[in-house]
Design a protein around this ligand. Structure first.
Ligand SMILES: [Zn+2]
Length: 203
């Protein structure tokens, strides 16, 4: 069975940008899910770890969350590389999905910098985080059916602590999936920038 790795800087990054792909791949690949920061420095995040645990339980993934300092992840490149290299060297990771290297959030960009540094022989896709990707240029569109789109909404909604954040509100998530769907002739879709494709894209 192929293995794939989804990497976020913060809890809710992968859920926002790549959950449809993750949900569909989890039916036929081993899915690893890695988050770099617990984001405990922000008062509203008192319960975010409980929410993250609930999300990962629902996703049936192999998950790991590090405790790198929120908004300063860029200063911890070696720690990120060490962890990413362990994934790379202990499994055959066919595909890695992470935030964009053009994302203007410094934590998101720092994750992408290390992913492309470590995974030079795997397919690497950058997912969309709309509130920090003003210049996102997708070249891969991944259509989602109604059921997957609804499941994505439901799971993102488990982050109750983030409900005041407009980018994870249901209408924003749905609107982005609809817009990307319109661009590829589907009801819903996710969009990805392509860093590298190795050996085809059997997703
Ligand atoms: Zn984030």
């Amino acid at each position: 069975m192929d293995s794939v790795l989804f990497v976020g800087a913060h809890p809710d990054d992968v859920e926002t940008g790549a959950l449809g792909l993750l949900l569909n791949l989890s039916a036929r690949a081993k899915v690893h899910y890695l988050v770099m920061s617990k984001c405990q420095d922000i008062p509203r995040n008192t319960h975010i770890l409980d929410e993250y645990m609930e999300v990962t339980k629902r996703l049936h993934v192999s998950s790991q969350i590090l405790d790198l300092p929120n908004r300063q992840i860029e200063n911890h490149g070696q720690e990120m590389r060490d962890v990413l290299e362990r994934y790379r060297d202990s499994d055959t990771i066919r595909l890695v999905a992470c935030p964009s290297i053009n994302d203007i959030h410094q934590d998101h960009k720092a994750v992408a910098d290390e992913v492309v540094r470590v995974f030079r022989h795997s397919t690497v896709l950058f997912f969309e985080v709309p509130h920090s990707c003003p210049f996102f240029e997708p070249r891969f569109f991944y259509p989602l059916n109604e059921s997957t789109a609804q499941k994505k909404l439901e799971i993102v909604g488990l982050y109750k602590s983030q409900r005041a954040q407009k980018y994870v509100q249901a209408d924003a998530i749905l609107g982005t999936m609809r817009m990307r769907g319109v661009q590829c002739g589907s009801e819903y879709a996710e969009a990805y920038e392509v860093w590298r494709i190795v050996g085809g894209l059997s997703v």
